[in-house]
Design a protein around this ligand. Sequence first.
Ligand SMILES: C[S@@+](CC[C@H](N)C(=O)[O-])C[C@H]1O[C@@H](n2cnc3c(N)ncnc32)[C@H](O)[C@@H]1O
Length: 140
Amino acid sequence: MENIRGDLTLTPVGHVSSPLSDRAAAPKQGTEGAPDAWLVFEPAYHAALEGLRAGDRVIVLTWLHLASRDVLRTRPRDDPANPETGVFATRSPARPNPIGLHPVEILQVTGRRVRVRGLEALDGTPVLDVKPVLAGDTGP
Ligand SMILES: C[S@@+](CC[C@H](N)C(=O)[O-])C[C@H]1O[C@@H](n2cnc3c(N)ncnc32)[C@H](O)[C@@H]1O
């Protein structure tokens, strides 16, 4: 059986180009007033963009590279009024593997760049993957 406990190697396929540069000032989620942003893909992955169209809803997976990875418990939304809880019960960027999950709408596809509506990842955030939203993603 394959050893799943070893280190994994992930290769970013691109990065986020965004006006957001301040973690504290960034919206907590894309639906909370986040600006539009570009996903800029490495040339090696251009063929993987084929089929993406303006109007599509996709899930962007990012690596929230500035986040702490040694945090296991947190207060949701950094609110002292909230009780501390395990990070797997939250969307906190601080977690053992700081993968960001961003459902967004595609606004434009131009060459190696894809413009998306409302993305709260900071400028320079590595992009790991893009997947289409499926009808069943939010449950039955
Ligand atoms: C609460 S997380 C949610 C991310 C994603 N929507 C999710 O649910 O997985 C969003 C926050 O992460 C922080 N953030 C954004 N880009 C980051 C990065 N590259 N490294 C670390 N933190 C980042 C910002 O403070 C932003 O408000």
